[in-house]
Design a protein around this ligand. Structure first.
Ligand SMILES: [Zn+2]
Ligand SMILES: [Zn+2]
Ligand SMILES: [Zn+2]
Length: 375
């Protein structure tokens, strides 16, 4: 370790013994002085990104790379004068774990507000599991890590969970009129949410390979009301009531079982047995999720080879540096404006303040998590 937090780097590599870290910065703090000809060693299912003056210069796939200006074309552009042997380059490196991170749990920390057409404003909890994988390392760093100013896996996961909860809330607001109709629409809701979030997390350079809702739980008053038919004159439809009661009976059973329910750290709520079985069945086949080997062009969706820098079908760059927050177009490295809509390229997505209750919601939210009103 050098003084004033400068680390001299001749060999840059990282091996994650825990298998749980998404991203690692080298050096962990401060900046590094990277020598001309330094070795950047990237293992299988890793990607390395070199950062100079807060900008991503290039991404490196598995292998041993000798760092010289000639093989970092974007860096050469930024530097104007070529990086010489005499002066090390003050920069940072990031190594990203590109494997699938399976069975991460998401859930509402605070119950979210939902405007129910029959029960009025209620607060519900929801839990589920999801799998993610970084597919665009530079986009991932520029959007998520850049926005949050952190590269701590725990904080990134927490943020993703907040995104999921917020989108879940939006999705319910758009596709469910009353929680009383939940039993019949559960599978559609789950599939719809997965699709919506796959799109959304794509803007962070992430593939959402699976997402499940394992439970949606209304507050105890609503559950009690459903138990007590006399008080619940809103439910005229006996069939719906029977289904609801069955779903809640399952929840109680799960609670009583202790281990099975508690082990997952969640109430079972309106858990549907078929959905649940589905969530833990190992997935096969290319139609489910995105296996890492199957690389597709982010623009036209046709398969491309792992090494390709440009798509052979449409010519689109394969490494995505950034996306326009306005129209979602993939931006070329260091663009100042979006070539499609003219929006400023380095603008960050804005938090959405609710006009009804002033609560802050995540960028892109359409329903307020606090009061359930449409934003
Ligand atoms: Zn293409
Ligand atoms: Zn645009
Ligand atoms: Zn609000």
């Amino acid at each position: 370790m050098g003084t004033d937090n400068v680390v001299f780097l001749e060999v840059i590599e990282w091996f994650d013994e825990t298998g749980k870290e998404l991203i690692h910065r080298i050096p962990e703090k401060g900046s590094g002085e990277i020598k001309w000809g330094a070795q950047f060693i990237i293992r299988e299912s890793q990607a390395g990104v070199l950062f100079y003056k807060g900008k991503a210069c290039d991404v490196f796939g598995p292998g041993r790379h000798t760092l010289q200006t000639g093989n970092i074309p974007i860096l050469t552009k930024i530097l104007a004068i070529p990086w010489a042997m005499t002066s090390p380059l003050r920069a940072e490196a990031y190594i990203i774990n590109m494997k699938v991170f399976p069975n991460l749990k998401w859930g509402t920390r605070e119950p979210v507000a939902f405007k129910d057409s029959e029960l009025g404003l209620i607060r519900i909890r929801a839990y589920g599991v999801f799998n993610i994988q970084v597919v665009q390392p530079i986009l991932f760093i520029n959007t998520l890590v850049g926005t949050m100013g952190t590269f701590d896996t725990g904080e990134i996961e927490d943020y993703l969970k907040r995104v999921i909860v917020s989108r879940f809330n939006d999705h319910l607001g758009e596709h469910l009129d009353s929680i009383l109709n939940l039993p019949g629409t559960y599978e559609d809701l789950s599939a719809g949410l997965q699709k919506k979030l796959a799109d959304d997390l794509g803007h962070f350079g992430l593939a959402l390979t699976n997402l499940y809702i394992t439970s949606i739980t209304p507050p105890p008053e609503v559950q009690e009301a459903i138990d007590d038919r006399g008080r619940l004159n809103v439910i005229q439809d006996l069939d719906r009531l029977v289904k609801l009661k069955a779903a809640m009976a399952m929840e109680k059973a799960a609670e009583n079982q202790g281990e099975a329910g508690a082990g997952m750290g969640m109430g079972m709520g309106f858990m549907m047995p078929a959905m649940f079985a589905d969530a833990f069945r190992p997935r096969t086949g290319p139609s489910e999720g995105a296996p890492s080997q199957d690389i597709r062009c982010p623009d036209c969706g046709l398969p491309v080879s792992r090494e390709a820098k440009f798509c052979p079908h449409c010519g689109h760059q394969q490494v995505v540096f950034d996306q326009c927050v306005n129209c979602g177009k993939n931006l070329p490295p260091h663009a100042r404006f979006c070539p499609r809509c003219g929006h400023l390229a380095d603008e960050k997505p804005a938090v959405r303040t609710c006009p009804h209750c002033n609560a802050e919601n995540l960028p892109g939210s359409s329903f307020c998590n606090q009061c359930g009103e449409r934003l």
